[in-house]
Design a protein around this ligand. Structure first.
Ligand code: HEM
Length: 485
């Protein structure tokens, strides 16, 4: 077939697709707007205002182009103003979507259970997470373990050891070299997470797991094509290799059971539950699924905090004072720092809270409606997605004075309005939230009590995930040497 014929056929197909989609959308919109949404109970609720944008792509291109800009919330802000509503409809990533920047509607969606909404992720992510993805039983057991005093003590001791040795090694080896906060935080946090989940110590197997995880994670946002050579296929292969290693660890642990005391990691907890449902394969899959939300978010939180502090000397000074006082007090008493000490520092916690608000590490979450849902007079039809956009709520000037300013002092007042949701809410509330705060507190403590730093220019990238473009390069000076200079 000649290229002209191919072009003609392709052109005809495109026109046909566009016409078909337009017709379907037209009929569909009319039916909905005239109140014909099948299964709808009340007559009062209406579809939120808005537009589906272009055929097929909807408003996705504008959403993505805003997401790449320094102000990703511009997409929502513009429509909010245009439609006079913080809840509007759109068409994003191939699905009719209700977007909400309204704190009350967002809270309602977060608090709803699987009878109204189920989680919705891009297809590549669904493929990689597999069918077992985090069982409620695993969530409950592991969530409780993450909150336990025992794990927090272990994490505190581990982080202390790793950070002290890494930072002093880095400094003594080449004091003038640049340190990328994001890389250091990633490396430390991953090892601690893996130890807490599967009990693996630093060494060759840890390195192997790290490598496979990196290979696995890049496929999360890839095209959903599973053929050999594709990104998704390579990620799935990496996942298989990780599962093999983890299943070997589970078998060893099962064989050694009986001698075991209190659980030292999440696998011990799940084996100890004794449920037949929790097979080796299922436990290993769940361990990998648990690594996904945990691996990147805490390092980014730490890196953003260092950036915001570098730009706000007053906050850095107060953080340093608070942490130095604690260090001196503990040294005078001849005691080592416990996890409760790190978490007891109010200003340090305000710095972390403000970093979560301004940084919006998880900008929002997606759900799919499994039935028609009505909220605050809005109809969310069955099969539609809901995009709960935390970022717009966290940067809303009706809720926060000067919302774009890093101001940790704002948290001195009780701001618990329920509209601050960096860790989500309801049944899917992040089980790692205490751990995230603890790890960030320990990292900041070590940095500000032992070092000063000069930060190089860097800026925040918000899409597809939040990160610092250059990894936040800083030059460290050891505080001990201050007097020598
Ligand atoms: C700054 C750090 C973190 C942030 C901002 C964060 C944020 C979130 C958010 C917003 C959700 C809700 C997702 C949804 O509703 O669909 C979530 C869920 C989750 N997070 Fe975190 N997270 C962080 C750290 C961690 C850590 C350290 C762990 C594990 C140790 C973890 C494990 C999880 C898991 C397993 C879920 C899924 C819960 C479920 O679907 O039931 N996260 N996280």
């Amino acid at each position: 077939m000649s290229s002209a014929v191919v072009a003609a056929v392709a052109g005809a197909v495109c026109v046909w697709v566009v016409v078909a989609v337009l017709c379907r959308e037209f009929v569909w919109r009319r039916r909905r707007l005239l109140g014909g949404g099948g299964g709808r109970k009340g007559a009062a609720a209406r579809l939120p205002p808005g537009s589906f944008g272009w055929p097929v792509v909807g408003e996705t291109l504008e959403f993505v182009s805003c997401a790449y800009s320094p102000r990703p919330e511009a997409f929502v802000d513009k429509r909010r103003e245009m439609h006079g509503s913080a809840v509007f409809r759109s068409h994003l990533f191939g699905s009719a979507t209700v977007v909400t920047a309204d704190a009350e509607v967002s809270r309602f969606v977060l608090q709803s259970d699987a009878r109204a909404f189920v989680p919705w992720y891009p297809r590549s992510l669904m493929e990689l997470m597999g069918e077992s993805s985090i069982l409620r039983r695993v969530h409950g057991l592991v969530g409780a373990f993450f909150k336990s005093s025992q794990l927090k003590s272990q994490v505190t001791a581990d982080m202390h050891r790793r950070l002290s040795s890494f930072l002093s090694r880095h400094h003594h080896h080449d004091p003038s070299s640049l340190l990328r906060v994001q890389d250091l935080a990633k490396s430390v946090v991953f090892e601690i997470l893996v130890r807490g989940l599967i009990g693996l110590e630093a060494g060759a197997e840890m390195q192997q797991l790290k490598q496979q995880f990196q290979e696995f994670i890049v496929g999360l946002m890839s095209l959903p094509i599973k053929l050999p050579g594709t990104r998704l296929y390579r990620s799935l292969q990496a996942k298989k290799r990780m599962a093999k290693l983890i299943q070997r660890i589970i078998r060893d642990k099962r064989a050694r059971r009986g001698a075991a005391g209190s659980p030292r990691d999440a696998i011990d907890v799940l084996i100890g539950d004794g449920s037949d449902e929790l097979t080796d394969e299922l436990i290993s899959d769940n361990m990998i699924d648990l690594m996904i939300p945990a691996e990147d978010s805490v390092p980014v939180l730490i890196t953003l905090a260092v950036k915001f502090l570098s730009e706000c000397p007053l906050a850095l000074h107060q953080l340093e004072e608070e942490n130095m006082q604690l260090k001196r007090r503990k040294t005078d008493m001849g005691e080592t720092l416990q996890w409760t000490d790190y978490m007891s520092l109010p200003f340090t916690q305000h710095v972390i809270t403000e970093t979560l608000r301004l940084g919006n590490i998880i900008g929002g979450i997606m759900r799919k409606a499994v039935r028609d849902v009505e909220v605050k007079g809005h109809l969310i039809p069955k099969g539609w997605c809901v995009f709960v956009y935390f970022r717009s709520v966290h940067l809303d000037d009706a809720l926060y004075d000067e919302p774009y300013k890093f101001n940790p002092w704002r948290w001195k007042e009780d701001m618990s309005s329920g509209s601050f949701t960096p860790f989500g809410g309801g049944q899917r509330l992040c089980p790692g939230l205490d751990l995230a705060r603890l790890e960030a507190s320990i990292f900041l403590h070590h940095l500000v009590t032992s070092f000063r730093w000069v930060a190089e220019e860097d800026h925040i990238v918000n899409f597809p995930t939040v990160r610092l473009k250059r990894g936040m390069p800083i030059r460290l000076t050891c505080k001990e040497h201050d007097d020598d200079d």
